[in-house]
Write a protein that binds this ligand. Sequence first.
Ligand code: SF4
Ligand code: SF4
Length: 399
Amino acid sequence: MANKKNVVVEINPEIRDALVEMGAIDAYKCYQCGKCASVCPWFQVGTYEFLVFRFPLETVLGLIASSEDKDDLAREVEKLYRCVGCEACVDQCPLGVKMPQILRSARRILVDFGSYPENLKSVVQKIRNAGNPLGELRERRSDWASKAAVKNFESRMDLMYFACCLPSYDRRLQNVAMATAGILEIVGVSYGILGVKESCCGEAIRRIGAEKVYNETARSNIENFREVGVRKVLVTSPHCYVTFKKEYPDLGGEFDVIHAMEYFWNCIDSGKLTPKRSFQKKVVYHDPCTLGRQSGIYEAPRNILKSIPGLELLEVEDFSRNLSLCCGAGSGALWIDWEKGERMADIRIKQLLDTGAEVIAVACPYCLQMFEETLKAMGVDVPVMDVSEILHDSIREQK
Ligand code: SF4
Ligand code: SF4
């Protein structure tokens, strides 16, 4: 194995410059207090020691940059892809060090070298070729919308609804897109979808490190949005939300972006929507990292749930709001098969079930899919629902 001290000395200057340019310079602020490691979900998993504060210096600026030892490199690659980008560490770091950003800088180098996990390469290829991580046909993207009679967006419309890849193709998650469309119909707002012109927002590929493919995808989306006159975008996925709102402006894509939770709560608060039908269940709400910690949207989903007659809202003690534990699906991890005993979702599901909840509510397609698969593997029959589905059930006409 290479000597780490020597490796740092031998760092390739071009790679070092590239890492610094991509944000890894932040690593030098870190004074190794270790707080990030204690709030990282890997600490809760407990079967794997993920001392993230050691990576920037040892891994990013050392082994990855100049290792010629393939086994050594493979071990470091495996470590780098353990970060799920939940940003619990960023939230708690006294110096505001952005660990996931630093790790992503290193991932970008790996992607350029082609040294990253095969299943993630496949995701990147599928998004590049088909516009979605599932490799489904582009022409089938709006099949769900045909069933719900949703129109294609026109510039005279108030909103463009961007359903995200999973709710567009996955049979279970299509119900979330249909519920969203159903609520918009009841609100009476004019809205449409991009249909075959819609492509993945690119969030996952950027987090995986495929920056070039992200840039192509994002620029193409921005062009398509502009071409049809999009001004305001409503999204189901918080991953699309942060990408459109915080990252597309860097590429010139300035749109008014609103998450469905904010939009629906505003409608209830202003009297445009009134939940009527009772939902007599104990419901625990899981804060998705990307909607909560990364976007500051904690109250809107809770307010929606509290407005539904009969619903009792529960909280996970000590692991709620900004302290919520990640479902384990972010930054490409949805497509990585962790060993049994190393899955964050197992820990999070246990926390959620320990509240005595009869239903787990989420506001993110990744969390929904991760939790449903986990509950199925555990043999536990507790439903997971998007808040939009619960709201739609409470406001629609009974047949
Ligand atoms: S919490 Fe911040 S300063 Fe402390 S070890 Fe982590 S990154 Fe470094
Ligand atoms: S972003 Fe989350 S998973 Fe990644 S190092 Fe920070 S706390 Fe750990």
